[in-house]
Design a binder for this molecule. Structure first.
Ligand SMILES: Cc1ncc(COP(=O)(O)O)c(C=O)c1O
Length: 389
């Protein structure tokens, strides 16, 4: 073909660096602390429920916006945990992971040229998500060491063209859990400028400090917030691809149409299994956080002793580190050498920034791994300075 077979919107897409690190890691027999997938089993209750659902022949398309049982379970869960009033008939859409939830939401609410405020560093999918729907991302820095935003910088990012802001708390990669005061400021700006908040709350149940406050629960925000979450992290089932969206009926109506045409629906038997998982409730969530806290502390200690200057996260399962003290090249060079020479994979900081130079001194490790693997990684990392420094 003389002309490019590909649409221009794909031009800025690069291969996910996280997946590149995972591949490199496999080549070198390294320990993969790059990609955020657990290497331990999912709860038996969910696995048994999935098997039962398949045996019961729940194997055809579910209702496109989600099985009745999962939507009912989610409505009850949001009411119990956060006091949110969610009508399962008009306010819930079950999607193929929160990844699909984010892109279906943006496709439903964004017109080409609309501006979307993104707090930076950000989960790497938000860039391509914005590009797919023609949005212009406007980045507002979360500054180290606290990874909070400057209220004036945030205020300045809201213009007449702003249609939405993406808010991810607990945050990947920084580990921040946003405070009520921070969320109140975001909410006030959304109200003032008639902007929709799209929240990514996928780590809502993985927390070591602070409180998880859905933005939708703040005054005047229920109708202008799209709340996204999912089963991947809460139930350690990242491969099941079950996520969901809570939004006011008018928003849900548009989002469901996009979701229907893009995917038809999420895996039917796995929706039943996630509905069963929701019955585990608060005790399960507490235990999940407690287990992750032990893993966090193990990896944090290793990184600290090895000179990585880690930031202690309040939530999610990542530790963001400052590698400038090593003098071993920028984040990408450092990450490649860390795999090849030390045998541990991490994600270069630039993956989380709009401009690579902003992340050149940073690297992210995940601790969603068994204690044993984290200890082994710690032993390898202890030699990092000697090998790389
Ligand atoms: C902030 C954030 N959002 C979304 C996702 C993807 O979640 P899902 O498996 O539900 O698509 C991830 C996965 O790492 C994430 O870190």
């Amino acid at each position: 073909m003389n002309r490019s077979p590909l649409a221009r919107r794909t031009e800025g897409f690069t291969e996910s660096v996280i997946r590149e690190m995972t591949r490199l890691c496999a080549t070198h027999g390294g320990i993969n602390l790059a990609q955020g997938f657990p290497n331990f089993p999912a709860p038996a209750l969910l696995k048994d429920a999935a098997k039962r659902a398949i045996d019961a022949d729940i194997n055809q398309y579910a209702i496109t916006w989600g099985s009745q049982s999962l939507r009912n379970g989610l409505a009850t869960t949001y009411a119990d945990l956060y006091g949110m009033r969610v009508d399962p008939e008009t306010m819930l859409t079950v999607t193929c992971g929160s990844t699909e939830a984010m892109v279906s939401t943006l496709l439903a609410i964004i017109d080409p040229g609309d501006e979307v405020v993104v707090l930076e560093p950000f989960y790497e999918n938000y860039g391509p998500d914005a590009a797919i729907c023609g949005a212009k991302p406007v980045f507002v820095p979360l500054r180290a060491p606290d990874y909070t935003f400057d209220p004036d910088e945030l205020r300045a990012a809201f213009t007449t063209k702003t249609k939405a802001i993406i808010v991810n708390t607990p945050n990947n990669p920084s580990g921040r859990v946003f405070t009520r005061a921070e969320l109140e400021l975001i909410a006030a700006l959304c109200r003032e400028h008639d902007v929709i908040a799209v929240t990514d709350e996928i780590y809502e149940h993985i927390r070591y400090a602070g409180e998880h406050i859905p933005l939708a629960t703040l005054e005047g925000m229920a109708d202008r917030t799209v709340t996204i979450s999912g089963a991947s992290k809460t139930f350690s089932v990242t491969g099941w691809r079950v996520g969901w969206i809570v939004a006011a009926p008018q928003l849900t109506n548009g989002i469901r149409k996009v979701h229907d045409f893009v995917t038809v629906g999420a895996p039917a038997p796995l929706q039943e299994a996630v509905a069963a998982g929701l019955t585990l409730g608060r005790a399960y969530y507490r235990e999940l956080s407690a287990h992750y806290q032990v893993r966090r502390d193990t990896l944090f200690r290793s990184l600290d002793q090895a000179g990585f200057k880690p930031r202690l996260p309040e939530g999610a399962y990542y530790i963001f580190c400052d590698i400038s003290g090593f003098g071993a090249g920028n984040d990408v060079t450092f990450a490649r050498r860390l795999i090849a020479e030390v045998g541990v994979a991490a994600v270069p900081g630039s993956s989380f920034f709009s401009r690579p130079e902003r992340g050149k001194d940073l690297i992210r490790f995940t601790f969603c791994k068994t204690d044993e693997l984290l200890r082994e990684a710690g032993e390898r990392l202890a030699r990092a300075r000697e090998i790389l420094g």
